[in-house]
Design a protein around this ligand. Structure first.
Ligand SMILES: Cc1cc2nc3c(=O)[nH]c(=O)nc-3n(C[C@H](O)[C@H](O)[C@H](O)COP(=O)(O)OP(=O)(O)OC[C@H]3O[C@@H](n4cnc5c(N)ncnc54)[C@H](O)[C@@H]3O)c2cc1C
Length: 804
């Protein structure tokens, strides 16, 4: 066995083999895959091999498309068949809501170039005669669905990688990983050691155990999964191969397997497997069947597809495979560990494995995944995703695999887990809470407890009128918002300014001021947006998106100077409250000695000051786009601050508002937000952030790329705001934008602007359409609604109110 390699990939399942292949394809030849037993010895060998392109996240859908198209390539290189049966697939809806969901999926598919077709129930039956159409209301056809041979695919990747120069060692278990001071690794195996520059954890069922070798507890869990194969069916004799079929209401999938059908189910009462530790002696084993557990789904399946119920069962498979809490893979470099990468929790290896391998290999070789993989990035989870949290969320996710998640639906598992000191106060005020990074935060407030409930829907819900009242209170008087769910970082020390000036694209603020700034990667793409407040020469308070805290920290750590700086995330040490609206100054002035007049405390001022008895950091800014203040206090003071503001706010008619009202108001102002408008596929000029990039200041990361893009005028997209002639549903994000009868872009965020009384959307279109006003349409639940491009913010276009 080699004693040195550029990369050691741990795990010879479909994911590890794909990573290995993509590394060789990207030009790295000195790469080794270590497999504890034989290739496919985890979940891979007993998978049903189903593959499809549809995914709730269009960026993941794109990589699924790539994966399925890749099979031809690796077959050609390796000479190994992947056993692909591209039969096409049908997704059946049993309810109107599901049909709406399919329409949304079809619409999203349009700008991804997917050829999805809505079907009436009769058309569906023609394509899939095994169904009893009385249970369904319609369906959707996807030509890019089918199934493959799991072992064939893995072998084809492995052989293609070997042809590209990779080495594969079987029967070689990695027992330990030891870091060297230079960031390289000693990979300890049962067959000797390898010194590697990089290590990839593609350990699948054992990814947790491999993670623990480096002190990492990865948020993933294996669930047991059943499928069965029937005896041969007379209905299939002489017929063309049946389509892959998902029956959402039945919570089952079916496809042809030789002369019979394969039927699998994600049952409601799913059972996790090896909750704390995966045994090393588990290999090409199966788990005992538990037909009773899947009986309810089977019963429905046999009713919906009667011919399947009439034949005997030839074989039942029960095997484990892993999930992250949200069901998407965990991919990328791990914060705090040098040259350690993960590619695991991939629950749909035959739809996603190729995309995961491609993105990870790009990241390792070029320093960038090359795609928008925020939805799969391992850094989307923080310390709050403990083993027990993961257990609760994975069970929930598994049981909901074929259920609709409505845009206004908050899932109940693992809640409440994290609460701020004013949680009970907000609860008493009839807050309806949402969960974000395990943290409870108010979405909206109901007038009474009895009204603090909401129907889950794609249309406007009961909360619409209450959110409208919250927006009115802010726009006409003053509202109070909890802002604890923002990410915060303290940056201090003599090198703090130089560091921030290098990683942030805007010039740093003067003492007592704050700025809005994008953070860019070397390609000049957006990898963050922050406000940076400066309250002393060498002390900064940086506020961004909490969900991206680990993502930001990973980047900061890569660029930190060795000395002269202390940078720490402090999201939960500083909880926050914000007041906004024309009366907010008068209210705050009753509680502070400092002069808050515009002359003395203008827009974007940032200062330490006492609010009543409470030491605080106060910024004159509000994401509502109104006159407003963000007040940050250490958590021990938050209750006192809340009580103080509520009491002092009484004469001003202070009203609490939640995240939904904030969303409505930021849309009215055209303010973008991370993971919606700002993602690593957009440049600042495309995202309307160009004015926050200071080309005059010192060199900063991404500067050259922005300069080049500006010189060549090659920023292809523009973020635009629209009013939409919507009916009872607003855009929610990812809907296609049409122009003159063609799909030209996609919505990044949408909703109702209560203060302007209009349905609104933000979205990306080609730059050439940036000044077109006519001819736009936004497709909402299958309906192309006329849309008008806005010239500026829908509310207070000159920004006079926030600067007042
Ligand atoms: C019953 C069932 C049906 C399924 N159906 C489908 C389907 O229809 N479509 C689909 O896309 N997916 C399906 N899946 C899921 C699919 O199997 C997984 O997505 C996929 O196998 C994950 O591959 P992996 O490479 O990440 O992990 P694994 O297959 O678990 O591979 C990990 C490998 O790493 C090796 N390894 C671990 N630790 C070490 C170590 N320390 N040293 C050396 N080697 C190590 C293991 O031996 C193993 O070979 C199904 C799964 C099951 C169980």
């Amino acid at each position: 066995m080699k004693t040195h390699a550029k990369v050691v990939v741990i795990g010879g399942g479909v994911v590890g083999a794909s990573v290995l292949y993509h590394l060789t394809k990207a030009g790295w030849r000195d790469v080794v895959l270590l497999e504890r037993a034989e290739l496919t010895s985890g979940s891979t060998w007993h998978a049903a091999g189903g593959m499809h392109t549809v995914n709730g996240d269009p960026n993941v859908a794109k990589l699924q498309q790539y994966t399925i198209e890749l099979y031809k390539e690796i077959e050609a290189i390796s000479g190994q068949s992947c056993g692909v049966h591209l039969t096409g697939g049908i997704m059946l809806a049993g309810t109107q809501s599901r049909l709406d969901w399919l329409k949304l999926a079809q619409a999203r598919g349009r700008y991804l170039g997917m050829d999805l077709e809505m079907l009436s129930v009769d058309e569906a039956e023609k394509l899939f005669p095994l169904m009893d159409k009385s249970h369904f209301v319609g369906g959707m056809y996807d030509p890019m669905e089918g199934h493959c041979d799991p072992t064939g695919v893995t072998t084809a990747y492995a052989k293609s990688a070997q042809i590209g120069g990779a080495t594969i060692e079987r029967q070689t278990r990695v027992t330990d990983l030891q870091p060297r001071p230079d960031g390289t690794w000693d990979v300890i195996t049962e067959q000797g050691n390898i010194h590697a520059e990089h290590v990839v954890n593609a350990g699948g069922l054992w990814a947790r155990e491999v993670g623990r070798m480096v002190g990492l507890e990865l948020p993933l869990l294996a669930m047991e999964h059943h499928y069965l194969i029937t005896d041969d069916m007379p209905e299939l004799v002489g017929q063309k191969e049946q389509l892959h079929c998902i029956d959402f209401e039945g919570e089952i999938y079916v496809r042809q397997e030789r002369g019979g059908m394969l039927l699998g189910t994600y049952e409601k009462a799913g059972v996790p497997w090896s909750e704390r530790e995966t045994p090393w002696d588990f290999g090409q084993n199966l788990l005992p069947n538990d037909l009773d557990r899947i009986a309810p789904e089977l019963e429905v399946g046999f009713e919906h597809f009667p011919a399947i119920g009439r034949v005997g069962i030839r074989r039942i498979i029960n095997g484990p495979f892993t999930f992250a809490p949200d069901g998407n893979p965990l991919v990328g470099p791990v914060k705090g560990l040098k040259n350690f990468w993960v590619a695991c929790a991939c629950m749909a290896g035959f739809s996603q494995g190729g995309g995961v391998g491609l993105a990870l290999a790009n990241w390792m070789v070029d320093g960038d995944p090359g795609y928008d993989i925020w939805g799969m990035d391992v850094s989307r989870y923080g310390d709050w995703a403990t083993m027990a949290y993961t257990n609760a969320k994975v069970r929930e996710n598994y049981s909901r695999r074929f259920r609709i998640r409505f845009p206004n639906e908050e899932l109940p598992a693992a809640r409440p887990l994290r609460t701020t000191p004013i949680y009970d106060r907000l609860d008493d005020a009839n807050a309806v809470f949402g969960e974000y990074c395990g943290l409870e935060h108010p979405l909206w407030f109901a007038p009474t407890k009895a009204e603090a409930v909401e129907t889950f829907t794609f249309h406007r819900s009961e909360s619409h009128a209450h959110v409208a009242a919250e927006c009115k209170a802010v726009r006409e008087g003053v509202g109070l918002l909890e802002t604890s769910n923002y990410g915060k970082f303290e940056v201090s020390g003599p090198n703090a300014g130089a560091f921030l000036s290098r990683v942030m694209a805007n010039a740093l603020p003067a003492i007592g001021r704050m700025v809005l700034t994008p953070m860019l990667n070397e390609r000049g793409k957006l990898i963050g947006d922050f406000t940076v407040g400066r309250y002393a020469a060498d002390r900064f308070f940086v506020v961004g998106t909490y969900a991206a805290e680990s993502y930001y920290m990973r980047w900061f750590e890569q660029h930190l100077p060795e000395t002269g700086i202390t940078l720490r995330p402090c999201a939960m040490e500083y909880t926050g409250l914000s007041i906004a609206g024309p009366q907010s100054r008068a209210l705050l002035q009753t509680l502070v000695h400092d002069d808050l007049s515009t002359a003395a405390f203008p827009f974007m001022t940032f200062r330490k000051m006492d609010v009543g008895m409470i030491p605080a950091l106060v910024g004159r800014v509000s994401f509502t786009g109104d006159l407003g203040y963000e007040i940050w206090v250490t958590s021990d003071y938050q209750r006192a601050l809340y009580d103080l503001l509520v009491k002092a706010g009484e004469p001003f008619g202070l009203k609490p508002f939640g995240g939904r009202a904030l969303h409505s108001m930021r849309l009215e102002k055209g303010f973008g937000t991370w993971a919606r408008e700002f993602r690593p596929i957009y440049g600042p000029d495309e995202a309307g952030m160009g004015r926050f990039v200071s080309m005059k200041k010192n060199d900063f990361i991404g500067r050259d790329a922005v300069a080049t893009s500006r010189a060549s005028g090659d920023a292809p997209l523009r973020l635009l705001g629209f009013t939409v002639d919507a009916a009872t549903a607003d855009a929610i994000g990812d809907e296609p934008i049409w122009h003159d009868g063609k799909v030209v872009g996609w919505v990044s965020s949408g909703g109702f602007g209560h203060s302007v009384g209009q349905s609104l959307a933000l979205g990306y279109v080609p730059a050439r359409l940036a000044s077109a006003t006519e001819g736009f349409e936004i497709e909402i639940i299958g309906d192309r609604r006329p849309a008008t491009r806005l010239d500026g913010p829908a509310f207070d276009p000159t920004g006079a109110r926030m600067r007042a």
